[in-house]
Design a protein around this ligand. Structure first.
Ligand SMILES: [Zn+2]
Length: 144
């Protein structure tokens, strides 16, 4: 896997591509596999609000194509308001409930937990956790 700073930088770069004209809250996400391959995503809002896509699900879709959902090992999330004052820090952005379920899908496929590094817009305020800690007793289907 990559150095954690590399992963967070990838999420910060992805955040630059966010399309968030309605909330003005930009989020980027970088997903990596055990070999260090990266996939990135950013939130993508829509004039029809309910069609918006979170950065995490955007990055997971890219990871699905790049190396497969079952190979997701770790991800970093970086987010905060567009107009954050220069030199200020914020609160680490945690994945929403829907994204937790989407990340759990990857964990279920791989049979292992996934580390999640949640950061503010500067990448400096961080909470490191895992999907199993964030979503205990998750919904899963029994094996077919
Ligand atoms: Zn979400």
């Amino acid at each position: 896997m990559n150095n954690i700073e590399t992963l967070i930088k990838a999420a910060m770069d992805a955040r630059e591509q966010a399309h968030a004209p309605y909330s003005q809250f930009l989020v980027g996400c970088a997903v990596e596999n055990a070999d260090g391959a990266l996939a990135r995503g950013a939130n993508m809002e829509n004039a029809c609000y309910r069609l918006g896509v979170c950065a995490e699900q955007s990055a997971l879709a890219a990871a699905q194509i790049a190396f497969g959902l079952g190979n997701v090992a770790r991800l970093a999330i970086v987010g905060g308001p567009l107009q954050a004052a220069e030199g200020t820090r914020g609160e680490p952005v945690m994945p929403c409930g829907g994204c937790r379920q989407a990340i759990m899908e990857a964990a279920t496929l791989s049979g292992r937990d996934i580390t999640i590094v949640c950061c503010d817009h500067t990448g400096q305020e961080r909470v490191t956790t895992t999907i199993k800690a964030l979503l205990p007793s998750s919904f899963t289907l029994p094996p077919a």
